[in-house]
Ligand binder design. Structure first.
Ligand code: TXA
Ligand code: MG
Length: 301
């Protein structure tokens, strides 16, 4: 673990540093350092077709990175930044192709973590994916990152993440918003802010369709159910670890990846028990999306 000052020094020397955000830990590089950006992909073993999110301190910095900024983007930024909302907009020439995987749009957000904001103020915009190996579970505390990269990446410890799942990712168009990745900020909340002129729909991301099927993947099989009785006997006939996803969406999201990691080391099956009503509630869309991608068996559909 390193201090904030050491992290800033390393980032200025074109190195990669793991930083806390309110959602999950990020593996950060300055958007101006090609070697550091390349290193993010190498460290994560992430394919170059998967673009990175750029983290900024606010609207002005965000606007310098895009060529189009609809009026309703101001409303979204005022309502949700700093916070777990990412906006995808046409990129300006300041954004390197490696960041956007060659796409002409860039994903941007303002993280709500004092450490992340202080570092961005001093270093400038930071590209940062979640600080985990490609397709694996995102880290929600500094220790997760240390374990994930076996100590090979310097980490700034900012405590446990308050949100616990990754940001809601939105594609912004003239009269339309596409929700590419659901999160704790819901369609209803977005709709209230932008008004009825803008059509909002869930849509698959333009990024590598179909290529990233298994994400958030634990090593041990995971079953989703509302009741243990739903499991067929061949599944019940083994060692089982259970997590009850009880409480609000906020509480469950905060715990989700820690629980996945905690139960993952053992033998047999992990079972996440969740109320069917919650599972299909819009507030839980982000949680549903993550556990669906992680699950081997799903008895909730
Ligand atoms: O909460 C978060 O968003 C965390 C923290 C660290 O900020 N970051 C994160 O990054 O989850 P990552 O790389 O694991 O996921 C970013 C996703 C990409 O996989 C991609 O689906 C989407 O954001 N994305 C990035 N750029 C995009 C673009 N130009 N168009 C569409 N989707 C994009
Ligand atoms: Mg990720």
């Amino acid at each position: 673990m390193i201090t904030i000052e050491e992290g800033i020094n390393l980032l200025n020397k074109e190195k990669v540093v793991a930083i806390p955000t309110e959602t999950v830990y990020g593996l950060a590089a300055s958007i101006n350092s090609l070697p550091a950006l390349e290193n993010i992909f190498a460290v994560k073993q992430r394919p170059f077709f998967d673009p990175l999110i750029v983290h900024v301190t606010g609207k002005t910095m965000a606007q310098s990175l895009v060529t189009y900024w609809p009026v309703y983007a101001n409303q979204l930024a005022d309502a949700f930044w700093p916070g777990p909302l990412t906006m995808v907009l046409p990129k300006s020439s300041l954004v390197k192709d490696i960041i956007t995987a060659g796409l002409d749009s860039v994903a941007i957000r303002v993280p709500k973590h004092p450490v992340a904001l202080e570092i961005i103020r001093q270093v400038g915009p930071l590209a940062a994916p979640s600080a985990n190996m490609f397709t694996r579970t995102s880290p929600t505390c500094a220790e997760h990152v240390e374990v994930e990269f076996k100590g090979a990446v310097p980490v700034i410890n900012g405590g446990p993440c308050e949100v616990g799942i990754e940001s809601t990712v939105l594609g912004l168009f003239e009269k339309q918003i596409k929700i590419y990745r659901p999160g704790l900020i819901t369609k209803d909340q977005i709709s209230k802010v932008v008004g009825t002129d803008i059509l909002i729909e869930h849509a698959s991301s333009p990024v590598a369709p179909g290529q990233i099927k298994h994400h958030y993947m634990p090593k041990r099989p995971l079953a989703l159910a509302s009741d243990l009785e739903q499991l067929p006997s061949e599944l019940k006939d083994q060692e089982i670890s259970i997590w009850k996803m009880d409480g609000s969406a906020e509480l469950v999201a905060r715990e989700l990846y820690s629980q996945m990691r905690k139960l993952d080391g053992k033998q047999g099956l992990m079972v996440f028990l969740v109320d069917k009503k919650n599972y299909h509630d819009e507030k839980w869309a982000g949680i549903k999306n993550r556990v669906q991608k992680a699950a081997t068996y799903n008895f909730l559909e």
